[in-house]
Design a protein around this ligand. Sequence first.
Ligand code: ADP
Ligand code: MG
Length: 394
Amino acid sequence: MDPITNPFSPGAGVYPPELVGREDVLRRAQLLIDRVRAGRPEKSILLTGLRGVGKTVLLSEVKRRAAEAGYHALMVEAPEQSGLVQNLTPQLRTLLLELDRGAAVNAQVRRALGALKAFASAVRVSYGGLNVNLDFDSEPGIADSGNLEADLADLFVAVSQAASARDSRVALLIDEMQYLSELELRSLTMAMHRLQQEGLPLVLVGAGLPTLPGLAGRARSYAERLFDYPSIGPLPIREAAQAVERPLQVAGVQIDAAALAEIFRLTQGYPYFLQEWAYQVWNRAHDSPIGLESVHAATPMVIQRLDEGFFRVRFDRLTRGERRYLRAMAELPGPERTTGRVAEILGFHVTSMGPTRAHLINKGMVFSPEHGLLEFTVPLFDDFMRRMMPTLTG
Ligand SMILES: Nc1ncnc2c1ncn2[C@@H]1O[C@H](COP(=O)(O)OP(=O)(O)O)[C@@H](O)[C@H]1O
Ligand SMILES: [Mg+2]
């Protein structure tokens, strides 16, 4: 079929032709948006799930809905080497300057701009390397203590008051939240706590790997009262079929049940893989209805693309020791991936493997769903490891 009109959209954060199977979590997010707009308190939402399940796409959708509901919405990604604040400040500046436009000068907006400037210079002193052009006067006494916990809360209060003064609200979308440092997470939690106490209109929706609830809980014991953690998983068979079938229908193309079943078997319903397979199948297929043979023809190409892209970018960042550790994990079926068994396969004592495991967790490659157990953060990564390293010593 014509590759130019291919409706599928493989790629990190790329909006799918059909956002299927996420109605519940979107309803939950809409409720948060509507309640905060009505001046009512509501828990923030932190989406958790493996790579490629569609978290970033959901954040974009929530951002769109917030904007539709009259919010000023901004989305940031937590950088792997901590520095959320550096990413957030320029965007908050843009937001405040937007609020500052149009109508007569507003004291609250001016005050928030001053708070942002004070914050930025306090942060520059404490953490270094912040480059934003802030050509307005800073506001002494707000957000300038140099203590991130206190300052971020002050800043959020000032920003949401500024939005209120313009009859608007703020929605903050934070992606890759597992990369926040403990201090950043603690400060964010603290800030949300204060906003809730003061009934101020700022909505937070975040996304991260399944380690996130544990990290947030460690940062602040009351995190569980502030945040809900809906888990975003692979799509069940019906929804997975819809994700492929509906965009095809729109294009006037049919697909066999057998072809759909094979796509589901290969992708296990993971959205990223569904898009990759459907994309290649479209390019391979000659006519409608698309049959099983087109899926068979596309599969080697898909696997090659995944191996060179989605999987590879993660693999390339690993040391030899880390690769061997992951390869040993791939020897075991999911429920048997314990730290003890992995160490045993590698012929080491479990305690001596601690640092390797910790690095893999920090790099966002593995996580511990329960004590002693390990899981890959990338679906189907075990198959990839076996392809890359046919033997344990490979
Ligand atoms: N609900 C969905 N239905 C179909 N495709 C989806 C869905 N959610 C995400 N996708 C697709 O999956 C891929 C990964 O989405 P992304 O948001 O980057 O995942 P994550 O942020 O969890 O790694 C993208 O190609 C996107 O188009
Ligand atoms: Mg993402």
